[in-house]
Ligand binder design. Sequence first.
Ligand SMILES: [Zn+2]
Length: 301
Amino acid sequence: MKVNNLKNHIAKRSDFTSIILSLSHISFVFFPLLLSTYFDSIILTVISFIWVGIFINGIINLMHESAHRLVFKKKKYCDFLGEFILGPLLITDFKAYRNRHWVHHNKLGSEEDTKFIYKKKIKGLNFIIFFFECMFLKEGISKFIHQFSQGNKTKISLDFFVKTISIQAILFSLIFFSQLLVLNHNLKEIFMNTVLSYVFVYLYSLASLGVFFSSLRAIAEHQVNNNDEHLHGHAILRNLKSNFLTNLIFGSYGFADHATHHEYPSIPSYNLKKLRKEIEKNNDDLKPKKGYFEILKDCIV
Ligand SMILES: [Zn+2]
């Protein structure tokens, strides 16, 4: 569809604004890693685990925005954010993710589509089974291994390995040394707190609940259900209504406007809604008809 002022929509906001918002969002998702070590409370540790697991999809969404080079004005800053920070933080080979994601855009709903989690059946009991598959890391481990598959070979790149180990070491040290500043515990206690926060609140949360919620997001965007919608092969391409909470969990960085993003992948996420409002009068497929929970309910019940 022809958009008259497409240039205005493609224009990016200031890098300063993007840095402040990105850092605030990353802090919002990960602050429980530090908080859970400051108090000797198993309840707080479990709440921290759930917090990170529910909200970490927002950081995956930010990585997607980096993969499209839409976070900052200069492409190399977007690449730096994705390759050196977000990819290693999410234990994702960023370059491979970007390549796979571009194929997803071009081959949506076909046999060659590189994203296929949205085809996962979650009707009825399958939803419970899928939840436990995520909690027992079946999905997380297969997702981790899949990112290294090239044809019928599996190969971990040295580049990915070095960047990931470096960021993981920095994160572990940050959790450790922040306790040295705040607590009066001995080194052994601080080390044990650090291991608990790093392994349980971060790693396990990312690999279990994080994978679960990011999969639900993909299912809401693309899964074919009983709604009468326009098909793209085996996929639906839909925009979703979202509020503050569902935006934080699923729809941040333009993911609620997923159909608009697929149609205009060079538009920064914060301009997508405005663009969609301008063009949805002539394109009914772009109008969000249901929210995340309503669509997921249609897929589950
Ligand atoms: Zn995309």
